[in-house]
Write a protein that binds this ligand. Structure first.
Ligand code: ADP
Length: 616
């Protein structure tokens, strides 16, 4: 400026410079103001917090103030969305205003603690290597080819489309076939944390969805509880025993589960206790059930059912040898060196000490051997224990089951029927006796209405075909008929005993003994047609187990033979029939000289699995 001699120019330069400085000054001022406002806001909050702290300090002592602070810090450290944090901060502020030790304070504290424990967005890294998963499955679970295949398919889909939703598998099978254990193994395959919810006997919606937090003793529901236990935002949750869900006046838990399993809704699952929507969409659900028939229909609709079949003798042997013995040995503090179970002993346990579809009782029997061995070793009596077929009997007591619970010889009016319940198949013997009387038909053995009607249909069929079958056509006037199903205390129902009753009736009326090693199943019409039945796989397994050689099945059930185990098919002859006449033609052995004697009857040892209702 000083170099410039022209005063006008000098003034212009000066003005430009001043303008620039003024603008800079203005920007500076604006920034300064903004910063100050921000600091003021922060200071205000800090100041207020400090004041609240000081006030609560005065009122309730140091602890409460620290606690409030602690809650705020913990909430900030959560990985949750801002809306969740905001809602939680709000609760803390409420808590700050409550007198210490008040009931409401406890409720809010309880609530905050539960919310803080939830794994908001805290996901584990999932495992997507299908080969590795296959290895883990083969390591932990023997057999179950179909189930494993489906699981690997599911995993492959997750590998290609990690965000896929709504793949819910339901494993259906008798108890002890490994449904729960495979669920746990799947979680390991997928690299997800595992949690199990037992739904058996749950009949109150609040058990699924929680109680409002204001109720005394309120808790979150089973779903949120499982998530908390799993401790990750993307766990695998096993819904055990979905078929045992009940419902009563307190609401229907299955409708709450519907929301949980619906991929469209479960992104914002709201528990009554938590109140803030929780995202379940990254959770994998697997359900288990004994009987798909009793799963509430809308739930079943959302799931893909995979049947887990009963095990054959060979499968049980392999499971015991590869898994159960090792597991129990370890559990009881024994080693492979001081405790051994020979192959013969394992077969002996399967044949004589257990009768079940799964392997749970077998596992318990092995555990009991381990306990006895542990006692011998711990007391110093023996250094090591080897259980053989012979020593097993000494250790476990008398054999509980006969390998074949068949009659000792062909008998008149005693026939093997096949029944199945949700816990597996069973042989059920029917007895028919005919005596002089006035044409009464009596039915005993806790038979249900459907089975009684089957018996009436059988009587009508025999009456209308009496002449052809060589039966006195007046039998319904001068004879009384008594039909009895063994294991009288167990209720039985269903139409599939139709053929059994018919064949038994003809046997009793003609005096022809029925072959002892045949069994049959099928509904019968009054014209003698044989209609299809359910549960062929379980029924045929029971027939094989009890030493039956021939099983008559309805022709329409031929397709179901695909499901029947190969071992069973190799040992049992299946004869498809469409008319009961076909069975009558080949079911009887020639009557021998002893036929008039009362039949020798070997009682079937009551199987422990028959405690449920038998559906024929
Ligand atoms: P479920 O849930 O079907 O009633 P569990 O999963 O409780 O049956 O199984 C009972 C026991 O049998 C478990 O200890 C399990 O390890 C064992 N088990 C069943 N099936 C198998 C299998 N295929 N391989 C290995 N162990 C099995």
């Amino acid at each position: 400026v000083l170099e410039q001699t022209n005063p006008v120019h000098r003034a212009k330069i000066l003005i430009e410079m001043l303008n620039k400085e003024r603008e800079i000054g203005e920007i500076d001022k604006r920034i300064g103001e903004k910063t100050k406002a921000a600091i003021d806001e922060n200071q205000r909050e800090y100041y207020l917090r400090e004041q609240i702290k000081a006030i609560s300090n005065e009122l309730y002592g140091d602890e409460t103030a620290d606690e409030i602070d602690d809650y705020h810090t913990k909430i900030e450290a959560l990985k949750a969305d801002d809306s969740v944090k905001e809602a939680l901060h709000l609760q803390v502020n409420k808590l700050a205003k409550m007198p210490g030790g008040s009931h409401e304070g406890t409720v809010v504290r309880n609530y905050l603690d539960t919310c803080l424990e939830l794994p908001w967005n805290k996901d584990t890294k999932t495992q997507t290597d299908v080969k590795k998963a296959e290895k883990i499955l083969d390591r932990d679970i023997y057999g179950m080819k179909k189930v494993k295949e489906r699981i690997l398919e599911m995993l492959s889909v997750y590998t290609l489309a990690p965000d896929i939703k709504g793949q819910i598998i339901c494993l259906v099978g008798p108890p002890g076939v490994g449904k729960t254990s495979i669920g746990k193994t799947i979680s390991e395959c997928m690299g997800r944390k595992f949690a199990r919810i037992s739904l058996g006997g749950v009949h109150d919606e609040a058990e699924i969805r929680g109680h409002r937090k204001t109720y005394i003793g309120a808790m979150p529901g089973k779903i949120i509880d499982a998530v908390k236990h799993a401790g990750s935002g993307n766990p695998l949750i096993l819904l055990d025993e979905v078929d045992k869900l009940g419902s009563d006046y307190k609401g229907d838990p299955s409708s709450a589960l519907l929301e949980v399993l619906d991929p469209e809704q479960n992104g914002t699952f709201t528990d009554n206790f938590i109140e803030i929507p929780y995202d379940l969409s990254r959770t994998v659900f697997i359900a288990t059930a004994n009987d798909a028939g009793t799963i509430p229909a809308p739930l079943l609709d959302r799931m893909e059912v995979i049947e887990v079949p009963s095990y054959t003798r060979e499968e049980k042997f392999n499971i015991a040898k590869r898994h159960l013995v090792k597991k129990e040995t370890l559990r009881h503090g024994l080693t492979g060196r001081n405790f051994k179970l020979t192959d013969g002993a394992i077969y002996c346990l399967i044949d004589f000490y257990t009768r079940e579809a799964g392997v749970r009782r077998l596992e318990r029997t092995i555990a009991s051997l381990c306990r006895k061995a542990a006692r011998l070793i711990a007391s110093g009596e023996q250094k090591s224990v080897t259980v053989t077929e012979q020593t097993a009997e000494k250790m476990l007591g008398h054999k509980r089951y006969k390998p074949e619970a068949l009659l000792e010889k062909d008998s008149v009016g005693i026939i093997n029927g096949l029944a199945w319940t949700s816990v597996g198949g069973e042989i059920m013997q029917l007895e028919v006796a005919v005596m002089d009387g006035t044409g009464k038909v009596e039915l005993t053995g806790s038979l249900g209405d459907v089975m009684k009607e089957s018996a009436m249909a059988a009587v009508s069929y025999v009456r209308s075909n009496a002449a052809r079958l060589g039966i006195d056509s007046d039998f319904y006037k001068n004879r009384d008929i008594h039909i009895h199903a063994t294991e009288a205390a167990v209720p039985k129902d269903g139409p599939s005993a139709g053929v059994t009753i018919t064949v038994g009736l003809v046997s009793a009326l003609t005096g022809k003994p029925v072959k002892k090693d045949i069994a049959m199943t099928g509904e019968v019409t009054i014209r003698g047609r044989v209609l299809p039945i359910g549960g062929l796989r379980e029924k045929s397994m029971a027939a094989y187990r009890d030493g039956i050689k021939t099983v008559f099945i309805p022709k329409d059930n031929i397709a179901d033979l695909d499901e029947v185990d190969t071992v069973v098919k190799e040992n049992v002859r299946f004869v498809p029939v469409s008319d009961v006449d076909e069975i009558i033609r080949c079911a009887y052995s020639e009557p021998d000289s002893e036929k008039k004697e009362s039949p020798v009857f070997t009682p079937v040892i009551k199987s422990p699995i028959s405690a449920g209702r038998i559906s024929q």
